[in-house]
Ligand binder design. Structure first.
Ligand code: NAP
Length: 255
């Protein structure tokens, strides 16, 4: 049975992940030059995005339910090579019922997997995603890797690291060339921070679990790079609770 959440804001109630996200796509703003972009993370109460290198130990069943429900809605899932490697990404939608619901709603059965690399040399071609014939991967990288042995469908999009706003270019290509209206960024912290720096994020879905990771057990949510030039301001769209975890959907205030 799907986990149920206690909604604290905006109005009290009880809801599951499917119900929460049922109107997500219909509420998307009309076509722009980039997709509506959301990020989804689980963090410890001390703000760590991993424990001993993996996010799995942080998660709970509510987090997993939201994770899969968000994938079900997305046209594309964006991730950096660090996340793909450590989390060993495979097929994005494993549940046949979810795939059937997507096709009934007029979506591709699998979201596009948008993979981004700055170096072009650290793409983890050995992970299950690249061996999955049903996967559709769009690889943004400055150089094209040798794809011998890869069974997934891979399209290559060359990036130019010298551009002033490289991620804006990536998102523009996703919207205009691949018809991506809803983009789900699954991280990791390095990519998330870059999206924030270029002011490309619309919503942050954050699960805060009742656990403390401590010290260097994993990166902070926004990674280890320089701070933003100014604080990113958030507003709460909803706040849910389940057991001792909190689930917040924040909207980014675009200034
Ligand atoms: N708690 C959570 O919800 C959650 C979610 C995701 C990940 N994580 C954790 O986060 C850790 C990985 O962190 P990470 O920061 O290394 O992940 P990451 O952002 O996925 O990977 C970093 C790599 O992605 C590429 N990249 C990132 N931003 C880019 C940009 N703006 N332009 C071009 N390429 C870009 C670069 O690839 P190249 O090296 O190929 O140049 C970069 O080295 C893992 O421990 C993972 O478990 C946690």
């Amino acid at each position: 049975m799907e986990p149920r959440f206690r909604r604290l804001l905006p109005e009290p109630g009880e809801i599951d992940a499917g119900g929460l996200l049922a109107s997500l796509r219909t509420e998307l703003p009309a076509s722009t030059d980039r997709p509506y972009t959301i990020a989804n993370f689980v963090v410890s109460a001390d703000g760590r995005a991993a424990f001993r290198g993996r996010s799995g130990p942080l998660g709970d069943d509510g987090d997993r339910a939201l994770f899969h429900a968000l994938r079900e809605q997305a046209d594309a899932v964006l991730a950096g090579t660090g996340t793909l490697r450590t989390e060993r990404y495979g097929r994005l939608i494993r549940d046949a019922e979810r795939r059937a619901r997507r096709t009934a709603a007029g979506l591709e059965a699998e979201p596009l997997a948008a993979v981004i690399s700055r170096s072009g040399t650290r793409i983890p071609l050995e992970i299950p995603l690249f061996a999955e014939p049903a996967a559709r991967i769009l690889l943004f990288s400055p150089t094209e890797p040798e794809l011998a042995g890869v069974r997934a469908g891979v399209q290559f999009a060359r990036t130019d690291p010298a551009r002033a706003h490289p991620l804006r270019d990536v998102l523009r290509a996703l919207r205009l060339e691949h018809d991506v209206r809803l983009l789900l960024c699954e991280g990791g912290p390095t990519l998330f921070a870059a999206l924030l720096r270029e002011r490309l994020l619309d919503d942050l879905f954050l699960t805060i679990v009742p656990k403390l990771a401590g010290g260097d057990s994993g990166p902070a949510l926004t990674g280890a790079g320089p701070p933003l030039s100014e604080l990113a301001q958030l507003r709460i769209v909803w706040l849910l609770a389940r057991r001792d975890s909190l689930y917040v959907r924040y909207g980014l205030l675009q200034t």
